[in-house]
Design a protein around this ligand. Structure first.
Ligand SMILES: [Zn+2]
Length: 202
């Protein structure tokens, strides 16, 4: 399955109503085999999402390509693939922690997550730190880099100047680059890494 981002900017409730119509945001070609007009509606899957004032599951529209028989899903742009928390929540947390120097607990509260486990915040910070140099390089296509004392600070400035969701859409759609890094079970472009066949016993 390939994930595409859906440029939807309204509320989660509006999003759910709008995706009820399969034609509304149907991509005009398959992102995998490039065939035009071959995508047919293929139901939904559900994923969890935590956003300001929302903690639940959302439907994600799926299409099937008539030509290559592979599926494509249309994730709303406020969600991050493979992470439960929305771009906005993550941005608020990382800015509070890394730019403004709040403690992990205070940063979580400022992001609207007062009961978030401490380890989750540490995990996000670690992933963001690892990405900072690559983020600065990739985002230079959208905004001029600013002078900063570290790549982390520079990346945060650039994300703020561009807007986190706009930056996420650009990185993901054009470069297949995940804002917080692809999880280890996926290849660097987000595809399921090829499973090596087991060596047959001698
Ligand atoms: Zn196809």
């Amino acid at each position: 399955m390939q994930i595409l981002l859906h440029p939807f900017a309204g509320s989660i409730q509006q999003y759910d109503q709008e995706i009820a119509d399969p034609s509304r945001y149907r991509p005009d070609h398959c992102p995998q085999c490039q065939a035009a007009w071959g995508l047919t509606a293929h139901g939904f899957y559900r994923r969890t999402l935590v956003d300001a004032g929302f903690d639940g599951s959302i439907r994600v529209r799926r299409y099937l390509c008539r030509f290559c028989r592979r599926t494509v899903s249309l994730l709303p742009q406020f969600a991050l693939p493979y992470l439960r928390f929305s771009v906005t929540v993550m941005a608020l947390f990382l800015m509070a922690r890394l730019r403004d120097g709040h403690s992990l607990v205070a940063a979580a509260a400022l992001a609207g997550l007062p009961s978030m486990p401490y380890q989750r915040g540490q995990f996000w910070v670690r992933r963001f730190r690892k990405q900072a140099v690559a983020l600065c390089a990739a985002l230079a296509a959208l905004t001029a880099p600013v002078a900063a004392s570290s790549f982390i600070e520079r990346a945060l400035h650039m994300l703020e100047a561009i807007g986190w969701i706009t930056a996420h859409r650009f990185l993901f759609a054009d470069l297949r680059f995940h804002l917080l890094g692809w999880p280890a079970f996926l290849a660097p472009d987000g595809r399921i890494a090829t499973v090596q066949p087991a060596t047959p016993p001698a």
